[in-house]
Ligand binder design. Structure first.
Ligand code: BES
Ligand code: MN
Ligand code: ZN
Length: 493
């Protein structure tokens, strides 16, 4: 059973709770409002800090049990006066949640009284609290040592009204990240293409226009590439188009496209058994796009945005596409299917072509758990960025640094493009091991038709990256915070 968390703000002078948290900087006594609370313990600071081996470094904690069952937790805030970047506050929120959870308290007041604690910083801290608090445990039976059912955290800050606005605004993005995590963590028996489309359709409640295309409509559009991936599965494909119209009527939209392979067995070119269960996360791109649409709509972002996700299941059966088969994409390009496990590019080929053809967007960014090769190249630290547009690429790199969802740019070039030529058709879907992530990107580029475009290969970052200060679940919801940041920083108003 999952614990609920409620986060409130109040004035610095206010609330007392069974557990109070204050901060102290490196080799400094608690200052400001925290000093007054420390004074209430009647203890000398330097002796107590020394006895607890507390130096105020980030991550350190000093636990003080007071009179009348009250408890005070002093946390280190690092070097005094050091300028914490905003994403440092997110991490601080995550670390705070872990410390609070370890006490098993249910009602906590946290004093945040430092010069750098702007409303935006409090918004990030709150995001960190919620992101670290998230667990995907809906399929675990309750156990006696589970965390208490509800946790209330009251942040005591200088300007509660301004902090509240920042928390709500940043909270919309957190909601999007958490939706993306839920979708990626969910097993494929529960989340097929139809069920995923139904989850996306729930965004209608926030004012997102939803269209769901079924196989018959996709057939009419000529999407032979996307459809060939789905044909081996008993579960039919869906293409979902989500539109958020927060900008001026008729203003050119931004477009985001996601790979949504709800499960990737590899098809006839079947994958080995080891870790195949991870392939329930092969819809991480579609999950990020859906989470982003939720974030933008919840915070009523003043911009027009289109999200398109291609939802299929890649299964082996008597109806599956075979190696050697030739299919025709919506663009008219013919594709020789060399390897049925290189299915993501087949799905995106039609989703990308459709998106640029119908919406003529300002740019098109796709996200996909596309290649194992990007994990070999970049591990779990950076997602691969491929782009035909330097300005868009630079903006993405910067948004990634700020959101702490980092990207590393990889090359595109005619010499790589030549490698995807086919003996029998216009192009082939698989080449060979050298430059595997780049040849996959070159394949996608055949379907973008010169629109400013970026491809994010998130195979190493969408799941299984290990836990971080702000995530302890398998799926971090990678991409939502990054793209929300991109939209906020460059494309609003
Ligand atoms: N979904 C996989 C890529 C993947 C691998 C994502 C590991 C996350 C973790 C993709 O569909 C795939 O199978 N790619 C093949 C391409 C190859 C057949 C050209 C790969 O990377 O091996
Ligand atoms: Mn595959
Ligand atoms: Zn795949």
């Amino acid at each position: 059973m999952s614990q609920t968390i409620t986060i409130r703000v109040a004035a610095l002078a206010g609330a007392s709770a069974p557990l109070t948290v204050i901060y102290a900087a490196e080799n400094e006594a608690p200052a400001g409002a925290a000093a007054a609370i420390w004074a209430g313990t009647g203890l000398g600071w330097s002796e107590t800090a020394e006895a607890g081996a507390f130096k105020g470094k980030q991550g350190q904690a000093l636990d003080v049990l007071g009179a009348a069952g009250k408890r005070l937790l002093v946390l280190g805030s690092g070097k005094a006066g050091a300028d914490t970047p905003l994403n440092g506050w997110t991490d601080r929120g995550g670390s705070l949640l872990a410390k609070i959870a370890a006490t098993r308290a249910t009602d906590v007041a946290v004093v945040i009284d430092e010069p750098g604690a702007t409303p935006a910083a409090i918004g990030e801290l709150t995001a960190g609290l919620r992101l670290r608090h998230y667990r995907f445990d809906k399929y675990k039976s309750a156990r006696p040592d589970d965390a208490p059912g509800a946790l209330t955290v009251t942040l005591l800050v200088a300007d509660p009204a301004a902090a509240e606005l920042a928390i709500v605004d940043r909270g919309a993005t957190v909601d999007g990240t958490l939706l993306a995590r839920d979708l990626v963590n969910e097993p494929a028996n529960v989340l097929g293409p139809v069920e995923f489309a139904a989850r996306a359709a729930e965004l209608a409640g926030l004012g997102v226009d939803i269209e769901i295309l079924e196989p018959e409509a996709l057939e009419k559009l000529g999407m032979g590439s996307l459809l060939c991936v789905a044909q081996g599965s008993d579960r039919p494909a869906r293409l979902v188009i989500m539109q958020w119209r927060g900008g001026a009527a008729g203003a050119t939209p931004l477009a985001f496209v996601g790979k949504g392979v709800v499960f990737d067995t590899g098809g006839i070119s079947i994958k080995p058994a080891a870790n195949m269960e991870d392939m329930k996360g092969d819809m991480g791109g579609a999950a990020a796009v859906t989470g982003l649409m939720l974030a933008l709509a919840s915070r009523k972002a003043p911009v027009n945005v289109v999200g398109v996700i291609g939802l299929v299941e890649n299964m082996p059966s008597g109806r599956s596409v075979r190696p050697g088969d030739i299919v025709k994409a919506m663009s008219g390009t013919t594709i020789e299917v060399i390897n049925t496990d290189a299915e993501g590019r087949l799905v995106l080929a039609d989703a990308l072509w459709y998106t640029q053809d119908r919406f003529k967007p300002r740019f098109m960014i796709n996200l996909a758990t596309l290649t194992g090769a990007i994990v070999v190249a970049l591990g779990h630290e950076h997602a691969g960025l491929f782009s035909n547009n330097d300005e868009l690429a630079d903006r993405l790199l910067s948004a990634g640094r700020n959101a702490n969802e980092k990207l590393w740019r990889m090359p595109l070039a005619p010499a790589y493009d030549k490698l995807i030529e086919s003996k029998f058709a216009d192009i082939r879907n698989s080449v060979g091991r050298p430059a595997g992530s780049i040849t996959a990107a070159q394949f996608l580029q055949r379907f973008v038709n010169d629109v400013p475009w970026a491809h994010l290969d998130i195979a190493g970052t969408a799941f299984g990256a290990g836990s971080s200060e702000i995530n302890s679940s398998w799926a971090p919801g990678f991409g939502v915070a990054l793209l929300d940041r991109l939209v906020r920083d460059y494309y609003q108003g």
